[in-house]
Ligand binder design. Structure first.
Ligand code: KFV
Length: 175
């Protein structure tokens, strides 16, 4: 049994149990598998040149540069961008440029050209979500989470186990 909880959507708030409201297929989902994910944290774009990509996103699209850092372990120079007031659960755009030729981003661009490289979901407990994904037969890329943007903990699911999407899970630093 699941307890009815208010569900906030872009079209309003419903007090209906989301599983019951969706009916059918969702009735068969385990309540243990609900609400593991907080929100879409970011969409990662592979870009050949970070400064040029920041210029396009800020000057042409009007996004705001929120953060910039280098992650040597991941082989990337990255920037996070947001819009408007950038509420806590508004998704960001992550621009990822390769630091060197052996970077996963360099390999991605060489094979596919620039574009969407990953979708990242924010989670409250990355260890619990990792366990749930492994239990569901999803291969994770690292034995333990690594350090991502701003000191967050990150893990990736292999695209072959997620319908062709490189799925990142992110547990932000606790404030
Ligand atoms: N999306 C979808 N499919 C992908 C993919 C992607 N980004 N990358 C690879 N594939 C597919 C690819 O098309 C191929 O399928 C297969 O996976 C193996 O690809 O049908 P196919 O053609 O066989 P390879 O051989 O090109 O790549 P591989 O060497 O296996 O590496 C893929 C992967 C996912 C293991 C690698 O990219 C990886 O380790 N990624 C995780 C780390 C990462 O992406 N770091 C950069 C971002 S750092 C970050 O996001 C941070 C710091 N942060 O905080 O958010």
């Amino acid at each position: 049994m699941t307890n009815p909880v208010p569900v906030r959507t872009s079209w309003g708030v419903s007090s209906e149990d989301p599983l019951k409201a969706a009916g059918g297929v969702c009735d068969r989902l385990s309540p243990m598998n609900t609400d593991l994910f907080v929100c879409i944290d970011h969409v990662g774009l592979a870009v050949p040149n970070l400064d040029e990509a920041i210029k396009f996103h800020t000057e042409v699209l009007g996004w705001r540069l929120l953060h910039r850092e280098t992650n040597e372990e991941q082989g990337v120079e990255e920037a996070m961008l947001g819009t408007g007031a950038q509420g806590a659960e508004n998704a960001q755009i992550q621009l990822l440029a390769p630091l060197n030729e052996s970077s996963t981003i360099a390999k991605f661009i060489a094979k596919n050209g620039p574009g969407i490289q990953q979708l990242a979901y924010r989670v409250a407990d990355i260890d619990a979500v990792s366990d749930a994904l492994r239990a569901g037969g999803v291969r994770l890329l690292y034995p333990e989470p690594k350090i991502g943007t701003g000191g967050s903990r990150i893990q990736f699911a292999h695209p072959k186990d997620t319908g062709g999407i490189l799925l990142e899970i992110v547990e932000p630093v606790a404030h």
